[in-house]
Design a protein around this ligand. Structure first.
Ligand SMILES: [Zn+2]
Ligand SMILES: [Zn+2]
Length: 287
């Protein structure tokens, strides 16, 4: 696909979110937005991110394909491309070579510009670990090559079934909200939030981005230990991606879920104690 055409389609879809103002609002349409946003978000987090990029668990081939199709329908290019670039993000994390670092290239480029950059379009080299590991799986290769097909089928299907209202609320708006929910992990989560772990990058935990990116907002946790099946390290850190993977494990569709190691939990406890002591001593100084 020519990149000028691809960039035009990207911006066209962004603007198309405004179509929701041309149709009367109903709660079922809002439900359609939520289903389309959150189900495709799970496709991205389960397959593109935690499975392909981090190998945080194993999946049955059917479950892998199901979620991979949903993830590809998010219109964020193909699964191998997505995961391969993400590996580089962790490898260089806010240093030269990171494909999207707000500290290096500014907010706009880290949020959207990198995604539309010509040089990044098909530039995943053969040596990339994702390509080496999964490049021979025919269904993943197919989705990677024809990444435009699932979103197109979804958009046409919604329009055929429910007209403009279904297209606007089931495709246009949720594709845009999901794009920014995903991109926000690359920008917002490297700028605003709390740092439980003193990682060498700028990653932060942010409950707000976790909400729309189904648990990916615990990004400082994730940069500290990428391999874990969970990004929320505690039960109160909202991480529905992990709950879905856990449920799949119960029925035998997922296995080998990588835990957060005990030493990392110890580090977290230590950081919490140090912070509490610092707070107390600054309070005493004030008294
Ligand atoms: Zn990051
Ligand atoms: Zn990651």
């Amino acid at each position: 696909m020519g990149s000028v055409f691809a960039i035009a389609v990207f911006w066209l879809v962004q603007v198309s979110a405004l179509l929701v103002f041309l149709v009367p609002f109903t709660w079922p349409l809002f439900g359609l937005w939520a289903a389309s946003h959150f189900l495709r978000a799970l496709g991205l987090t389960i397959i593109f991110h935690r499975y392909l990029a981090h190998r945080a668990f194993q999946l049955s081939r059917g479950a892998r394909f199901f979620w991979a199709v949903l993830g590809t329908a998010a219109m964020q290019k193909g699964p191998l491309w997505w995961a391969g670039n993400h590996i580089d993000h962790h490898k260089y994390a806010d240093r030269e070579g990171d494909p999207h670092s707000p500290a290096l290239s500014g907010f706009y480029y880290a949020h959207i510009g990198w995604f539309l950059n010509d040089a990044k379009w098909d530039a995943l080299p053969d040596a990339n670990p994702v390509r080496r590991e999964f490049g021979a799986v025919p269904e993943l290769r197919f989705l990677d090559r024809y990444f435009w097909l699932p979103p197109l089928v979804l958009a046409v299907g919604l329009y055929a079934y429910g007209g403009l209202a279904w297209l606007a609320w089931g495709f246009c708006l949720p594709t845009v909200t999901l794009a920014h929910a995903t991109f926000a992990i690359n920008t917002v989560n490297h700028l605003w939030g709390t740092r439980r772990f003193a990682t060498i990058d700028d990653s932060r935990n942010n409950a707000f981005t976790a909400l729309f990116a189904v648990g990916e907002g615990w990004h400082n946790n994730h940069h500290r230990y990428q391999r874990a099946a969970r990004n929320g390290f505690y039960w109160w850190e909202y991480d529905p991606t992990y709950w879905v993977v856990r449920t799949m494990a119960v029925v035998g569709l997922a296995w080998d879920l990588q835990p957060v190691p005990e030493r990392v939990y110890k580090e977290a406890e230590h950081a919490a104690i140090t912070e509490a002591m610092a707070l107390r001593s600054s309070g005493e100084r004030r008294l």
